[in-house]
Each structure stands twice: as structure tokens, then as C-alpha cells.
Design a protein around this ligand. Structure first.
Ligand SMILES: C=C1C[C@]23C[C@@]1(O)CC[C@H]2[C@@]12CCC[C@@](C)(C(=O)O1)[C@H]2[C@@H]3C(=O)O
Ligand SMILES: O=C(O)CCC(=O)C(=O)O
Ligand SMILES: [Fe+2]
Length: 352
């Protein structure tokens, strides 16, 4: 059983919000998957041109001696950056993408063998946030926590599961190393001590394989609806051949985060927003479907803290004002998020 399922038990999901349509058999976009066209403007400006200037999310070389300052500025301005020189090989990124493609290219009935249970977080299905939107997303996902993939891979490929397991094991190991390094850099950049974790091995960590299948009418569909992620930060690999990810910023609106060769996207999640006393925004992001013909893949690694860890704003820096949030345990926050999605953070905000 995975860690987050302790929390999920109180918030079971309805079956029809978990089961994706069989994308391979669809000729027209069904009514259920049509989103309003309000995001059309963002699709026709994928280069992020605003008032004649090009804006883009910072790309930071982690080996750059100035990396700390650059990370701080990017997190403060965007809640997001792309990192290069992160130590994860191109081969491994290609391999994990290949394995993700293998999962999603299986026949629908085969994928249904590992359908996520209503009160669990691992397995195949629409993302959990499907609960909060009246329209369905053009997306199918496969969520892994700890070694849940082993059991699922045996169901997907009874005689040939080792290849998938080896790649996922290796990817999780490399992501954990990179996550530890990023955590240290991010906390140093804020000039605050890293959280002292009583039980470091009980971190909530999840890996999400996302597929955005080819779509007969990509002007009307949404890959993944607007949301923030809940934990400390996400490390996202997006396939190089298709754009879609966008981050929201007040002055600019939706800004595309186009794939950069070898870079991984890092975005601030809610708990880091709280710990930084709102100095770092939790990145509001979504993924559009920009291409009719091509499948887009992304692999998201959610780096968290132990469930019983109490999170509170760190205030020991000049002019930080008072604490903007009440202390809250990770598991309590995860539970609020499952109930209220992006309103969850407002329940933790202090009212003066
Ligand atoms: C650890 C986790 C974070 C996540 C829920 C999960 O158990 C695994 C999937 C994650 C995801 C991905 C899409 C957006 C999101 C809000 C969702 O519905 O499932 C996040 C969850 C989160 O950050 O709360
Ligand atoms: O596919 C993407 O670019 C974004 C995925 C995402 O936001 C998520 O898995 O939480
Ligand atoms: Fe996300």
C-alpha cells in the first residue's frame, strides 16, 4: 500500500472519473471532452511573444556558480525553471519515455487490468483532479509510488515485465538523487535550513506517466486542466517533439514552457509555497493539446516530505512580515487538497 493511500481512503473517486475513454478508437471528440475555447489565444502564440518581447522560463545550469541566485529569482518570479546539467542521462530519459509509450500503446483492455482503485493513488486512469472539472481531459496517466510498478507491470506484461521495472527503478533512483540536490539548492537559495525530517524514508514521492494522445480536434480539448501540485516541487520531463505545458503569471497570462533539449522542468508546489511564506508562488500550470497527429508524453516526479511532518513558514529572513500560514501536517494538507484542490491553500492562510 502506498503512503498517500492513507489519505485517499477518505476521498474515494467515482469509477467514471477514473476510467479514460479508449482514445485509440475515437474518430471525433465526444461532447464530454470539449472544453470552452477560452484558451485559443494561448495556442496561437506558442512563442510567448508579449508586446514585441519574447518571455520564457529561465533555463539554469545547475553547475553554474551563480545557480543559487538564479534559482531564487526563477522561483520567486515564476515558481518554475528548467535545469540543465542535472546529472540524468539522455539515455535514461529516452528509456523512460519509451517505457511510458509502451504502457499507453497497450490495448485498452490490458491497461484496464491496472486501473487505479477509487481509494488508491497508483495505477492507470485520468488524473485525480478530474473530480474538479465538469469536462474530461484529453489525457491518460499511470501513477507509481514506491515499488507499486512491479505488481502492475506483471499484470501488463506477464512474461516480459523486467525491462519496464528496471527502467522505472533506475529513474526513481536518479530522480531521488536529483530531488535531494534540488531541495538543498532551493533551501539554500532561500537562506533557510533544510527541514529536519524525523523519518526521511517516509517521504511522499510519486511518479506520474502522462500521455496526451493524438486528437481529432485539438482546438477544443484540454490535456490537463489548470492546477498546482501539492508537495515541495515537481521534476518534469516532457517529450521533445511536442509542446503543451503552460504556466500562469499575472502580468502575462498563460506562458508556454516549450521542451528544451536535455532540460528538466522544476516547479514549486504548495508546501514549498507555505514554507517560503509565499515568497515562492506555487506554479499554476496546465497542458494544452497542440498537435493533432502526435502523442505527447510527460513524466512527472513529485518530491515531498514525510506524511507526519509539520510544515510551517520559515520566518528568519529580513522583512518577511508575519507568518502568512498556520502550521499544518503534510497528511492534513494532502487531505485538504483532495477535497478542495487549489482552494486548499486558502484554508491554511492566516486571517489577521
Ligand atoms: C503524490 C501525488 C501528487 C498528486 C497525487 C499523487 O498521489 C500522484 C498524482 C499527483 C497528481 C498529478 C496531477 C495533478 C494532481 C493535483 C493530481 O490530481 O494528481 C497531482 C497530485 C497533487 O500534487 O496533489
Ligand atoms: O504534462 C505536463 O506537461 C504537465 C503534467 C502535470 O502537470 C502533472 O502531472 O502534474
Ligand atoms: Fe502538475
Amino acid at each position: 500500500m502506498s503512503l498517500l493511500s492513507n489519505v485517499d481512503k477518505d476521498h474515494p473517486m467515482q469509477h467514471h472519473l477514473i476510467v479514460p475513454i479508449d482514445f485509440s478508437s475515437i474518430k471525433n471528440v465526444p461532447e464530454s471532452h470539449i472544453w470552452a475555447q477560452c484558451f485559443e489565444d494561448a495556442k496561437i502564440n506558442p512563442d510567448n511573444e508579449k508586446s514585441g518581447a519574447l518571455i520564457s522560463i529561465p533555463i539554469i545550469d545547475l553547475e553554474d556558480p551563480k545557480a543559487l541566485g538564479l534559482i531564487f529569482n526563477a522561483c520567486e518570479t515564476w515558481g518554475m525553471f528548467q535545469d540543465t546539467n542535472h546529472g540524468v542521462s539522455k539515455e535514461l530519459l529516452d528509456q523512460v519515455e519509451f517505457q511510458a509509450k509502451n504502457v499507453f500503446n497497450l490495448p485498452f483492455e490490458q491497461k484496464m487490468k491496472v486501473l487505479r482503485a477509487p481509494d488508491e493513488d497508483t495505477g492507470y486512469g485520468y488524473p485525480r483532479l478530474a473530480l474538479f472539472f465538469s469536462n474530461q481531459m484529453w489525457n491518460e496517466g499511470f501513477t507509481i509510488t514506491g515499488n507499486s510498478y512491479y505488481h502492475d507491470a506483471k499484470k501488463l506484461w506477464p512474461n516480459d515485465f523486467e525491462g519496464f521495472c528496471e527502467v522505472i527503478f533506475e529513474y526513481q533512483t536518479r530522480m531521488k538523487d536529483l530531488g535531494d540536490k534540488l531541495k538543498s539548492l532551493i533551501f539554500k537559495s532561500l537562506n533557510i535550513p533544510e527541514p529536519e525530517e524525523a523519518t526521511p524514508k517516509d517521504h511522499i514521492i510519486a511518479l506520474n506517466l502522462n500521455s496526451y494522445p493524438p486528437c481529432p480536434d485539438s482546438t477544443q480539448t484540454m490535456g490537463i486542466g489548470p492546477h498546482t501540485d501539492s508537495l515541495l516541487f515537481t521534476i518534469l520531463h516532457q517529450s521533445g517533439n511536442a509542446s503543451g505545458l503552460q504556466v500562469y503569471k499575472d502580468e502575462f497570462g498563460w506562458v508556454s514552457v516549450n521542451p528544451h533539449p536535455c532540460a528538466l522542468v522544476v516547479n514549486v508546489e504548495d508546501l514549498l509555497h507555505i514554507i517560503s511564506n509565499a515568497r515562492f508562488p506555487s506554479a499554476i500550470h496546465r497542458a494544452l493539446i497542440n498537435n493533432k497527429q502526435k502523442q505527447r508524453l510527460s513524466i512527472a516526479y513529485f518530491y515531498g516530505l514525510p506524511l507526519d511532518f509539520e510544515v510551517s513558514p520559515f520566518l528568519d529572513y529580513p522583512n518577511c512580515g508575519g507568518p502568512q500560514f498556520k502550521p499544518i501536517k503534510v497528511k492534513e494538507y494532502a487531505s485538504l487538497k483532495l477535497k478542495y484542490l487549489d482552494l486548499a491553500v486558502s484554508f491554511v492562510r492566516k486571517s489577521y
